[in-house]
Design a protein around this ligand. Sequence first.
Ligand code: IPM
Ligand code: MG
Length: 368
Amino acid sequence: MPAYKMCCLPGDGIGPEIIAEGKKVLAAVGARFGVDFACEDALIGGAAIDATGEPLPAATLEAAQASDAVLLAAVGGPKWDTTDSSKPRPEQGLLGIRKALGLYTNLRPVQIFAPLAGASTLKPEVIDGVDLMIVRELTGGLYFGARHRYYDEEGAGPDGTPGQRAVDTLEYREYEVERIARQAFEAARRRRGHVTSVDKANVLDTSRMWREVVHRLHDAEYPDVTLDDMLVDNTAMQLINRPAFFDVVVTENMFGDILSDEAAQITGSLGMLASASLGDGVALYEPSHGSAPDIAGKGIANPLAQILSVEMMLRYSFDMGEAADAVHAAVEAVLDEGWRTGDIADASTPTDHVLGTVAMGDKVVERI
Ligand code: IPM
Ligand code: MG
């Protein structure tokens, strides 16, 4: 029987509750398809800061590197919120592991589950046919630029008192743009053959270089893929105006962060958006949402983005397409039958069909 070693990172807030459902689904898949998934938990984020003082302890990174795949839930929360740049933040754990594992490609599929059409704030005719994939560059740009905060005279106000200055640099190298563009073109070939490259080339030099590199690669190796450029502000508008236009959207780290939250709302809830972060080695799978501290511990969080991240793990890390399809079909069936967590329930959902986190996980497991 094939055996895989998973590194599980529950993190903070609703993290422990939703990852438990992800593990349950993985165990059910293992039982049905004859694969042994062994999950070992490690610390990350605020939980790791509390236990060790650091958001990404060395032991966690070692466990991740020694695993076959990493399943992460969410990090962050008000307990660790601070504007003091010298204090550790939970998010540094997440950024640190993305960088250390070289996870430069972040795939965020935005798909409509037909029974949830009513959960979207957009009109049914606008979301009809939406099926897009955001390909977000994940280890460069503003997230990993130089950072400084200091006092100096130029930061002074008109009264001459020294003021602070803060700097974050946005930097990309050609090879970083080329490798993420390649991922986008490859994804497009498996889909509908259309890439929209999103930038801010009317203002930024990084974007001008981005555009050049994307087109050069396209013309040389992917002429069969339709490529268009779109400015990021216009993309923000088009995503809610005509979301079905998009197939693959490729963009830099920060633009991708912002646009993926927006795109999630097309489906009605961020609680439905899974993601895969891929590099050349061990990959990481996590929901695109946060730790939702306001509902943590209440047992009402939507575990489906975590479960759909398990689907992506089966597909990309273990080449278990059939098992991945089974997870997807199980989620579809559960939604078809009318089962909802609070975030995706609408006025037409009977109250006895609104489930908590664990019951929703159980429903999916039953179908598998
Ligand atoms: C995401 C999250 C993270 C990001 C945060 C938690 C650092 O918003 O995965 O989209 O900005 O990348
Ligand atoms: Mg985000």
